[in-house]
Design a protein around this ligand. Structure first.
Ligand SMILES: [Zn+2]
Length: 93
């Protein structure tokens, strides 16, 4: 069983969390000026990284808050966690 550390609840079983997607995406800075290609890229296209990657997860069966998780996609090791609205500490890799 994998454990994920919620910043508010502490370490909890992975089954309490729901994957929420890529944590590195940023909306186009000027939405009105963004092209269709920029919106298509933002909405539909995702990288499939190998190694450490930042993701959004929700502690759905706990406090229901969104958190940011740095997870190694090869080993599933959880490298860091923190609030979703702040950068994770340590190297982003
Ligand atoms: Zn929590």
């Amino acid at each position: 069983m994998h454990l994920i550390k919620c910043p508010w609840c502490g370490e909890r079983a992975e089954m309490e969390f729901t994957y929420g997607g890529d944590g590195t995406l940023t909306r186009p800075a000027d939405p009105e000026a963004a092209s269709d290609a920029e919106w298509t890229d933002y909405v539909y296209f995702r990288d499939n990284p190998r190694g450490p990657h930042e993701e959004l997860w929700q502690h759905a069966s706990g406090c229901r808050r969104w958190i940011k998780v740095r997870r190694n996609t090869l080993t599933h090791e959880i490298l860091a966690t923190g609030p979703a609205d702040r950068p994770l500490e340590g190297n982003a890799s």
